[in-house]
Design a protein around this ligand. Structure first.
Ligand code: FAD
Length: 507
C-alpha cells in the first residue's frame, strides 16, 4: 500500500468514528476510516447492542414469574439455554454490523483495516496486518475516535474467567451461579440486573454512598429499593479490599451459588439456568460503610468501575497533542470539537465531560465534526439535554439536572415526584417506579431535569429531553395531552401538578 491523500481521515470505526465518516461522505467529502478491529466499535460489539439484547432475554425470564405469580398464567420456566441466547444476540450484532459496513460502502467511505499511528497533524501511518501498511494524509481534517476500554484495578486484573470485565462477560462459556459486581454505575447495575434475572446470587458493591451516584438521589433510592426487592444484595459506601481466587467455591446443590456468608444474601430467583459449575471462584473482602468486613464468595467477580480512553500507541505527540491528566483528549472548542491543533478533531469516549461516554452523544458529535469539516456551521452538541438511561429492571432514564445538582448550580428549585403506581398503567405493570420533575418556580420557570424509574422508561424520556432543551415550563408540557392509560401519562400528570393543575395528584 502506498501513500494516499483524502479529505478526512477518521481513526476508529465506533459510533463516534463511523457517524463522522458517514456524514462527511454524505456531504461530498472523501473519507478514509481506519479501524483495527470491527466497525461499530464498543457499542455494537461489546456494549449497547449485545447488552440490551441480553437484557431483553432477562425481561422475558422475569415475565414468566410475573405471569405465574400475578396473572394466573400457569407458566413455568424450564431453563435458559445460554448458547441459544448468545446465538440470537450475536445474530442481531452481526446484522447490525453488516448494516454499518453496507452504509459506509454505499457512502463511498474507504475503510482501511489496520492500526493507525499519528505521523503528523494530518498524517497517519497505518499498519495493515499481512499487507504492510501505508501513509495517509488528510487535506481537511483528522478525527480521533479511538474510544475507550474497561478500567481495571490493581490486583483485580481480569482473567476472563473468574475476574471479568463487561467485555469478558459477553463471551463467557456459561452463566454463573453467583456474581459479585463491583461498580454501581450503569454498566454494573445492568449486569447485576441481568444475572439476577438469570437466577444468580448477585451482590452489587459501590464505593459511593449510592448507586448511579451522578443521578438524582430519588433515582438511586428507588432503583436500590427495587433491586433489593429482587434479591440483589446492594452494598453502597463499600470498599472491596481484597479478592482472591478459590479453588473450592462452595455452591448449593445443582444451581445457586449461595455466595454471601454474612447472612445478608437473599434467596435465588429459582431459575434453573443450565449453569456450568466450575467449582472455583472468588472470595472477596468488602468493608461496608457501617464498618466491619463482609466476606463474599462468588463464582465470578465482574469489575465495572468505569472506562478509560484509548490513546496508547497513537503517538499523539506527533500531531502536537497530549491527553489531560485523566487520559482524555480535550477539544479547544466545544462548539466544533476541534483540538488546539487546527484540523484535528475528537469525538466519542475520547472526550472528557461534559461529553458523557454514551453512543448517542458520540453520534451527535460525529455529525457536528463532519458538518464543520464540510464548511457548515452546525449547532453545538447540547450536552445538558442528552438523555441518560440504565436498562436494568427497573430501568432509569434521566435528562438535565437532579434536584441537588440544580441547587448546587445556583437555581431556585421546585420538584414533584409521582409514583408510577399512581396511574392505571403503572398498576398494571406493578413494578413501582416514579417520575420526578425538577423545575424553577413560577409560571415561567424552566424545566431543569426529569428523572424516571420503572418499566420501559427508556422509551419515555424523549418528551422530557425536548422540555429541557427548549427551556419549556411545566405548564408548556402540561398543555399537551398524554394518552390514557399509558405510563407516560405519569409524566404528564407530574407536569400538570407543577403547573398548578393537578388532577389526580393535587399539590
Ligand atoms: P468505540 O466504540 O470504543 O470505538 C473506538 C474504535 O477505535 C474501536 O473499534 C477500536 O478498535 C478503534 N481503534 C482504537 N485505536 C485505534 C487505532 N490506533 N487504529 C485504528 N483503530 C483504533 N452507550 C449508550 O449510549 N447506550 C448504551 O446502552 C450503552 N451501553 C453500554 C454497555 C456497555 C457494556 C459498554 C461497555 C458501553 C455502553 N455504552 C452505551 C457506551 C458506548 O458503547 C460508548 O459510549 C461508545 O461505544 C463510544 O464510541 P466511540 O466511537 O467513542 O468508541
Amino acid at each position: 500500500m502506498s501513500g494516499n491523500t483524502t479529505d478526512v481521515i477518521v481513526i476508529g470505526g465506533g459510533t463516534g468514528g463511523y457517524s463522522t465518516a458517514l456524514r462527511a461522505a454524505h456531504l461530498g467529502l472523501g473519507v478514509t476510516l481506519v479501524e483495527r478491529d470491527l466497525v461499530g466499535g464498543t457499542c455494537l460489539h461489546r456494549g449497547c447492542v449485545p447488552s440490551k439484547a441480553m437484557l431483553h432475554a432477562a425481561e422475558l425470564v422475569d415475565g414468566v414469574a410475573e405471569a405465574r405469580e400475578r396473572w394466573g398464567v400457569k407458566a413455568t420456566l424450564d431453563s435458559v439455554d445460554w448458547s441459544a441466547l448468545v446465538a440470537t444476540r450475536d445474530d442481531i450484532v452481526s446484522r447490525n454490523h453488516k448494516g454499518v459496513e453496507g452504509q459506509l460502502s454505499a457512502a463511498g467511505v474507504t475503510v482501511v483495516r489496520g492500526t493507525a499511528t499519528l505521523a503528523g497533524p494530518r498524517t497517519v501511518q497505518v499498519d495493515v496486518p499481512g499487507a504492510g501498511g501505508g501513509r495517509w494524509t488528510a487535506r481537511r481534517g483528522l478525527v480521533l475516535a479511538t474510544g475507550s476500554r474497561p478500567r481495571t484495578l490493581p490486583g483485580l486484573e481480569p482473567t476472563g474467567e473468574h475476574i471479568v470485565t463487561s467485555d469478558d462477560a459477553l463471551f463467557a462459556p456459561g452463566l454463573p451461579s453467583s456474581v459479585l459486581v463491583l461498580g454501581g454505575g450503569a454498566i454494573g447495575v445492568e449486569y447485576a440486573s441481568f444475572h439476577r434475572s438469570m437466577g444468580a446470587e448477585v451482590t452489587l458493591v459501590e464505593a459511593a454512598e449510592r448507586l448511579l451516584p451522578l443521578e438524582d438521589e430519588d433515582v438511586s433510592r428507588h432503583l436500590t429499593r427495587a433491586l433489593k426487592k429482587r434479591g440483589i444484595t446492594v452494598l453502597t459506601g463499600a470498599r472491596l479490599t481484597d479478592a482472591r481466587r478459590t479453588g473450592t467455591h462452595r455452591t448449593s446443590a445443582g444451581q445457586s451459588g449461595t455466595g454471601i456468608r454474612t447472612g445478608t444474601g437473599q434467596s435465588g430467583a429459582g431459575v434453573r439456568t443450565g449453569t456450568e459449575q466450575s467449582g472455583a471462584g472468588i472470595e472477596a473482602r468488602v468493608q461496608p460503610a457501617r464498618g466491619g468486613e463482609t466476606v463474599i464468595a462468588a463464582e465470578r467477580l465482574l469489575v465495572a468501575v468505569g472506562r478509560v480512553p484509548v490513546t496508547d500507541g497513537l503517538n499523539l505527540a506527533a500531531a502536537g497533542l497530549a491527553t489531560d491528566e485523566r487520559g482524555f483528549v480535550p477539544p479547544a472548542d466545544w462548539a466544533t470539537l476541534e483540538t488546539a491543533v487546527p484540523g484535528v478533531f475528537v469525538v466519542g469516549d475520547l472526550l472528557p465531560p461534559p461529553s458523557l461516554g454514551l453512543a448517542h452523544a458520540s453520534f451527535a458529535e460525529g455529525l457536528v465534526v463532519a458538518e464543520t469539516l464540510a464548511g457548515l456551521r452546525p449547532r453545538p452538541v447540547d450536552y445538558a439535554a442528552v438523555p441518560r438511561v440504565t436498562y436494568s429492571s427497573p430501568q432509569t432514564a434521566s435528562v438535565g439536572l437532579g434536584e441537588a445538582a440544580a441547587r448546587d448550580a445556583g437555581f431556585e428549585v421546585v420538584s414533584n415526584v409521582l409514583p408510577l403506581t399512581a396511574t392505571a398503567k403503572g398498576m398494571v405493570h406493578g413494578q413501582g417506579g416514579m417520575v420526578k420533575v425538577v423545575a424553577e418556580p413560577g409560571p415561567d420557570g424552566r424545566v431543569l431535569g426529569v428523572h424516571l424509574v420503572g418499566p420501559h422508561v427508556s422509551e419515555m424520556i424523549s418528551e422530557s429531553q425536548l422540555a429541557v432543551a427548549w427551556d419549556a415550563s411545566p405548564a408548556d408540557i402540561a398543555q399537551h395531552i398524554h394518552a390514557h392509560p399509558t405510563l407516560s401519562e405519569a409524566v404528564g400528570e407530574t407536569f400538570l401538578t407543577l403547573a398548578g393543575r393537578g388532577l389526580h395528584q393535587h399539590a
